[in-house]
Design a binder for this molecule. Structure first.
Ligand SMILES: [Zn+2]
Length: 78
């Protein structure tokens, strides 16, 4: 299962469907080979789906002073 807190961005926990970079490796522009500023949107979408399947619709992943952490109730509303 992907570990959404293990990398410097949660979406790095899945392979990129657009440029093919594996888990943990930042996206590159396939045409230029340069690192992209923002991870490819299909990768972020894939990570969102995987996160939802793994942690449920109430959870969120949050950037804290101690690194990324899963909040099981991060999207809960009272
Ligand atoms: Zn990519």
């Amino acid at each position: 299962m992907p570990d959404f807190t293990a990398h410097r961005h949660p979406a790095l926990s899945v392979r990129c469907p657009e440029c093919g970079k594996p888990v943990g490796v930042w996206c590159r522009d396939p045409a230029t080979g340069q690192l992209v500023d923002d991870l490819h949107p299909p990768r972020q979408a894939a990570a969102d789906l995987a996160f939802l399947a793994q942690h449920g619709h109430l959870a969120s992943v949050e950037n804290t002073p101690h690194g990324w952490q899963i909040n099981p109730q991060g999207r809960a509303r009272d």
